[in-house]
Design a protein around this ligand. Sequence first.
Ligand code: FVH
Length: 296
Amino acid sequence: MAESPRTTVTVLGLGAMGQALAAALVRGGYRTTVWNRSPGKDTELVAAGAKSAATADEAVAAGDLVVACLFDHQSVHDVLDPIADQLAGRSLVNLTSTEPKGARELAEWARQHGIDYLDGGIMATPPMIGQPGSSILYSGSQRVFDEHREVWESLGSAEYFGTDAGTASVVDFALLAGMYTMFAGFYHGAAMVRTVGISGADFGKRAADWFSAMTASLPVAGAQIDTGDYTTVFQSLDFTKAALDAIVSASRHAGVDLDIVGPLKNLVDRQVADGYGTESTERMFESLNPPPLQRT
Ligand code: FVH
């Protein structure tokens, strides 16, 4: 390992993601101390140059910057509450997936204990960490983000969303909502094509190409929903309604449940019923009861 006099970093939690983060930090030359609740997950990291701590308390004492990557919000409190005094005066970044309200609650908890808190949302899988394509979204303490920017960039691209600790989580969960919905759509299609003998693997290749081609238009769709004006029509709601009616009917014939496409059809049907059939399909966004756009 290239020893470095730079920031010393502590990683709390050595699940798949914690191990990937710690490994990237070691590769980046940071003196890294690791801790995990159950033993045995630090072997490779120690061989690569990390120090292992027997307790979370000892681990925190070794690092200027503490990275928590645990299972969920409750496990973060389970680990951090007993060592709040040790964390006082340090910088803490929480990369555990945490709801916005959880991130804000932790920021307030940290403030009360004199801890500088940054929240992060990881948009990557463990093997992607430190590689091109890895992206981490941050919000909370600007000082922690700015001061340790090099550390964040050793993990992936780093984007800061402002001082509200909950904002990174909102963006993280919004992206995940889109991703899970897209995958659910893929499963629906895979169930349909199975009735004609096409495998999931085959359909997966076709769907990857098709989704990539289609998602290129998302920035344009996003710009239209920002205007709230759907009179410039890319594809009308009437057209989309006819397509979804046919897809729903074909799915019924194929014996595939409508849990995925049914709600989608409802969004379109509501707009058509309200008299917007000739407007652009992007108007289905309005069926979700979105709050007014805040211009910054
Ligand atoms: N893995 C992924 O692809 C995703 C990508 C996006 C971000 N997530 C989030 O990252 C957090 C950690 O994920 P992970 O993959 O490391 O998760 P696990 O492998 O399940 O490891 C969980 C670690 O948490 C420790 N832990 C759980 N409960 C407690 C507790 N009450 N006290 C102390 N530690 C706890 C667990 O320890 P052990 O079971 O080994 O003793 C693991 O170290 C997560 O928020 C993802 O949503 C990853």
